[in-house]
Design a protein around this ligand. Structure first.
Ligand code: SF4
Ligand code: SF4
Length: 215
């Protein structure tokens, strides 16, 4: 049975208001738009649109804005990640790869590299919320454009080794130093071509040396 014959879909008739009426309506609409533009032009303090990049030096992104995943390190350069991989399992699209190792000194599982794929991340924040130790944070650094997609794969940890809690229990700095090895931001297990951004610069930046205290 042809259902369309039983319930024919009829398009509503077009409402035409006439040639001159359309011109008048168009002019009225144009003047309204120009009026709004002129009002903001003459009252610049009321403009809410961010004037980027002119305000680049003072621009502060909103607290809820999410762009880059980070694994904050404390003032000694150590983090709290236990390599439990809960965040990895929480990620809906496999953008996280937690690489762990068996600590040579401690004999326990510890973080080696924390690989985050910005190129596939949807910034959903699920990993941040899933971490039981509040190790992760999304920050608002939005200037992340690159020409080479492989530069959007990061290692978020600056060292391979145990958590800050374990490290700070070791009072002797020389003994503590034996527990960790440095890692850099592009040292992931994926085949990465670059170690620096094209042109360098602060946006993604070269890995900073952790401010480790040897005391
Ligand atoms: S923000 Fe979402 S998509 Fe991105 S790494 Fe975290 S869980 Fe995965
Ligand atoms: S960031 Fe948190 S959830 Fe992810 S591996 Fe480290 S401790 Fe576990």
């Amino acid at each position: 049975m042809d259902v369309s014959r039983m319930n024919p879909i009829v398009a509503p008739p077009l409402r035409r208001s006439g040639f001159f009426a359309d011109i008048v309506a168009g002019l009225r609409s144009l003047l309204q738009g120009m009026g709004i533009t002129f009002r903001y032009f003459s009252h610049p303090s009321t403009v809410v649109t961010q004037q980027y990049p002119e305000n680049r030096a003072t621009l502060k992104m909103f607290d809820r804005y999410r762009m880059r995943l980070s694994l904050p390190h404390d003032e000694n350069g150590f983090h709290k990640c236990t390599a439990c991989r809960i965040c990895e399992q929480a990620c809906p699209n496999g953008s996280i790869n937690v690489v762990s190792r068996k600590g040579a000194v401690t004999g326990k599982t510890e973080l080696d590299r924390y690989i985050w794929r910005m190129d596939s991340c949807t910034f959903c924040n699920a990993c941040v919320m899933a971490c039981p130790f509040s190790c992760l944070k999304m920050n608002g650094d939005f200037e992340c454009s690159v020409f080479d997609k492989s530069l959007l794969v990061f290692n978020l940890t600056r060292y391979a080794g145990p958590t800050s809690t374990v490290l700070m229990k070791v009072e002797n700095p020389e003994e503590r130093r034996k527990l960790w090895e440095p890692r850099d931001v592009y040292s992931g297990p994926l085949p990465l071509r670059g170690t620096e951004l094209p042109g360098g610069g602060k946006t993604l930046g070269k890995p900073e040396e952790p401010a480790r205290s040897e005391t």
